[in-house]
Design a protein around this ligand. Structure first.
Ligand code: BTN
Length: 266
């Protein structure tokens, strides 16, 4: 695509080479899902830091089996290969770590909505998808996917039954340089991931809390077998959502926020 960032990145790869994550890049005009591109590379023994970036995905996927839709050439769609030393049972907060890095990279005041949404003013700007490849015969891999609505006009945003969607274009009223954003994002992801690997999520809780869009709100979560309602009270060192309900505080490791009551609107 002329003018798209794939062609620009191809001619400017030293920018990406400077970052630890992204020093090997697969820049694609189109693929089914960048998650699959990185998964295949991981199975072939690729090193940590490989990034696949696509202008368009024909089968982009989100969390919980949802589809991830984005018009060609307007979003930032990437997957990163990580080979964490953190044991698999302590990797759950990785999605929150990525959320911190993404939210802090954006040119608008953004927040995070547990466990994987990046939000601006109550609308979803992007999402994080972590998929683990833990087969016994090969090195563990975490495939970290990020989808961000960058230069998507309002009419091109997906309509969902969850949060309304937004984009940087809608928020700023002007397009954003996706290559510049990609480089910033890879740098921040690398720094946050290194911190997580060295010191655990505990070291990042304060940064998460500064971005936490749920804290203090009454929320309802779908936990599969039940729903739980309470006041969101931040996250713990394991990345679990703390929910203060009628029976006291619960720490929830999995679940889907289905409703948020805005105290200002109550
Ligand atoms: C979510 O909010 O449910 C997570 C969305 C993650 C989407 C990204 S786009 C790049 C990468 N490839 C995919 O197929 N999904 C992730």
């Amino acid at each position: 695509m002329r003018g798209g960032y794939c062609s620009r990145v191809a001619g400017a790869s030293p920018l990406l080479l400077g970052a630890r994550l992204g020093r090997h890049a697969s820049l694609l005009e189109e693929c089914a899902s960048t998650q699959e591109v990185v998964r295949a590379a991981a199975a072939g023994g690729a090193e940590e830091g490989l990034v696949a970036v696509a202008e368009h995905q024909s089968a982009g996927r989100g969390r919980l089996g949802r589809r991830w839709l984005a018009p060609p050439g307007q979003a930032l769609l990437l997957s990163l290969l990580l080979r964490p030393r953190t044991p698999p049972e302590r990797l759950a907060p990785l999605s929150l770590v990525a959320g911190i890095a993404v939210a802090e990279s954006l040119p608008v005041p953004a927040g995070v909505r547990w466990p994987n949404d990046v939000v601006v003013g109550g609308a979803k700007l992007g999402g994080i998808l972590i998929e683990l490849d833990l087969l016994p015969d090969r090195a563990p891999a975490a495939i970290l996917g990020v989808g961000l609505n960058v230069n998507v006009p309002a009419a091109g945003l997906p309509v969902t039954d969850r949060l309304p969607a937004t984009s940087l274009l809608v928020e700023l009223g002007a397009p954003v340089d996706r290559l510049g954003l990609l480089v910033t994002l890879l740098g921040r992801l690398g720094d946050a991931y290194d911190e997580f690997e060295a010191r655990g999520f505990e070291a990042l809780v304060e940064r998460y809390e500064a971005l936490d869009a749920l804290r203090g709100h009454e929320v309802t979560l779908d936990l599969g077998a039940e729903t739980a309602t309470g006041i969101a009270a931040g996250v713990d060192a394991a990345g679990r959502l703390l929910l203060d309900g009628p029976a006291g505080r619960r720490a929830l490791g999995a679940g889907e926020v289905v409703r948020v009551l805005d105290p200002a609107a109550a």
